[in-house]
Design a protein around this ligand. Structure first.
Ligand SMILES: Nc1ncnc2c1ncn2[C@@H]1O[C@H](COP(=O)(O)OP(=O)(O)OP(=O)(O)O)[C@@H](O)[C@H]1O
Length: 531
């Protein structure tokens, strides 16, 4: 009976025991699972932490913003290193700028393309094309530079860190905001910071070498408040002797700029802002801008141009743009009188005087311009060149020494300039012609001397027929171009051309006077009617 009664008890206790052991093993299982989870998570975190530490020691991340000079240096270096060779992502453009980071060649030979150096030398293959293939580097690219692996990424999807949330030395973890993609991110797998600085330095040297035959001109792009100068054009360097201005003006300007560039410590020691302002003033087409480009080419300086008459840049934009100009570069402010004009317009409009309305107006105010010129960053070796056609429109505050230190007046061509232009125009400068004169017999060099003396004599006659300070160099160039192959006929036709030009000018003047008188007459009639 007891057995009878004990069985269910036993069964019950076994059941309880079984249930207990299941519960216990379940609890242990859960605990185990939690422990394992904890261990795995802890291990993962440790590995991540260690990996981050290793990366901090062995990986350097550097960002290069479009619009900054370093971006251009790096892009050129990448082209030179043929990093694009493994790329399958190109932007194809027909624009043909002298500054090319793309692979400029026939589409048929894309992957067998020449190197940047051969392109530099003008060797574009047998089928030169104006199409440019610009590698995009959207997907990360790996390349080897002086024994180090370097990764490039042009289009970060996250801002504030590495494209893949990576945190390198000095970097931050990505915050997953979309970037504009206007930056180049380099990840250098090296524990030495000098690897990066060497790379940037090599890129800079290459860029200077590459830019030698050209003058680089930077123009701003919108939004100006970001100080972005990424629109770049290049022009062939102009030889100094192709600039036909007074020899003394040329050398004075050149020497002044050279002296300024070499006297940084002098300025710093005396607490004087290290900048120099030049004002070139005179009628349109007299060579003001040409002078600045020639100086820049001669001294290897880059130009940052702002045209004040365009009316697009306001005070905030101007400040940001001027601040972004690097040291030892030329800041060129074209048509600076338009800034003063904006004040004058307001005054004149207030006085209801429609007669004095100027042609163009700048969105920059005078105080905005003065603040931008005097502001932060402009005292770090800044050469500021201003041009104007109307010196008398400039506010005295702008002409104060420290803002404008050197003034140069430009006029229409003198007879001496006309003579120099004629000689430059008709003297054969091709090396072959000069070498043939040098290397051949005495008879040939004699004929060269005769030719140059003939040109000189004709130039003298030509200059005497040109009334002083009436025609600008482009006018004279235009006329000489009509007689490009025949200097004698150029001289023979000069008087006739001068007379025709003078008559045309006088007719135009008469027409303008008549128009003005008609307008004034109309206004006084209206006044009378109103009375
Ligand atoms: N003295 C000069 N020597 C050589 N070229 C000149 C000279 N003057 C003008 N030119 C030529 O004429 C063209 C116009 O010159 P430039 O743009 O320098 O004139 P500017 O005085 O700056 O005119 P603007 O006031 O309208 O800006 C250029 O192609 C330039 O090469």
């Amino acid at each position: 009976m007891a057995h009878l009664f004990s069985w269910p008890q036993t069964v019950g206790s076994e059941r309880i025991w079984a249930q207990g052991s299941i519960a216990t093993s379940y609890a242990f299982g859960v605990l185990n699972w939690r422990a394992w989870n904890f261990i795995i998570e802890f291990g993962r975190k440790m590995i991540e932490w260690l990996w981050q530490r290793i990366k901090v020691l062995f990986v350097i991340t550097a960002r290069f913003q479009k619009g900054d000079q370093t971006y251009d240096w790096l892009m050129l270096l990448l082209a030179e290193e043929r990093v694009w060779a493994s790329s399958c992502d190109f932007k194809v453009v027909t624009r043909s700028s002298r500054r090319r980071w793309g692979i400029k060649q026939s589409p048929h030979a894309l992957y067998g393309s020449p190197t940047a150096s051969s392109l530099k030398a003008g060797n574009h293959g047998s089928t030169p094309s104006r199409t440019e293939y610009v590698p995009q580097y959207r997907a990360p690219h790996l390349f080897r530079y002086k024994g180090h692996w370097i990764e490039i990424d042009c289009t970060s999807k996250r801002e504030g860190g590495h494209p893949r949330g990576f945190r390198g030395r000095g970097g931050h973890r990505g915050s997953h905001r979309r970037s504009s993609g206007n930056e180049l991110i380099l990840t250098v797998y090296s524990f030495r910071m000098s690897t990066l600085s060497d790379l940037v330095d090599s890129a800079r040297k290459l860029y200077i070498e590459f830019s030698k035959p050209h003058v680089t001109i930077h123009q701003p792009i919108q939004p100006y408040q970001e100080g972005n100068w990424s629109h770049v054009v290049t022009k062939y360097r102009r030889p100094l002797d192709s600039l036909i201005i007074e020899e003394s003006t040329k050398t004075t300007l050149l020497d002044d700029v050279k002296e300024f560039l070499g006297s940084e410590s002098w300025y710093i020691d005396r607490g004087i802002p290290y900048r120099r302002g030049y004002l070139l003033h005179g009628p349109p087409g007299t060579g003001k801008t040409a002078t600045i480009y020639t100086l820049a080419g001669e001294l290897g300086l880059e130009i940052y141009v702002l045209t004040m008459s365009e009316g697009l840049i306001n005070d905030a934009g101007l400040k940001a743009l001027i601040r972004a100009v690097p040291s030892h570069a030329i800041l060129l402010l074209e048509d600076i009188d338009c800034v003063s004009h904006s004040l004058r317009i307001e005054q004149d409009e207030a006085m209801n005087d429609p007669q004095s309305r100027p042609v163009s107006k700048s969105a920059v105010t005078l105080s905005g311009l003065l603040n931008a010129i005097d502001g932060v960053g402009t005292d770090r070796g800044r050469l500021i060149f201003c041009t104007t056609n109307h010196l008398n429109h400039l506010e005295p505050a702008l002409l104060r020494p420290g803002r404008i230190d050197v003034k140069v007046e430009y006029k229409a061509a003198s007879q001496a300039q006309a003579r120099t232009l004629f000689i430059a125009f008709f003297t054969d400068r091709t090396p072959s012609s000069s070498s043939s004169h040098d290397n051949t017999t005495g008879a040939s060099s004699e004929s060269a001397a005769v030719t140059s003396s003939v040109v000189s004599e004709l130039a003298h006659r030509f200059s005497k027929l040109i009334p002083p300070h009436e025609f600008i160099i482009p006018d004279l160039q235009g006329y000489l171009l009509l007689h490009r192959k025949d200097p004698q006929s150029a001289v023979n036709g000069t008087q006739e051309w001068v007379d025709a030009q003078m008559k045309e000018r006088s007719d135009r003047k008469q027409r303008l006077i008549a128009k003005r008188e008609k307008r004034v007459g109309g206004m006084s009639e209206a006044m009378k009617m109103r009375k």
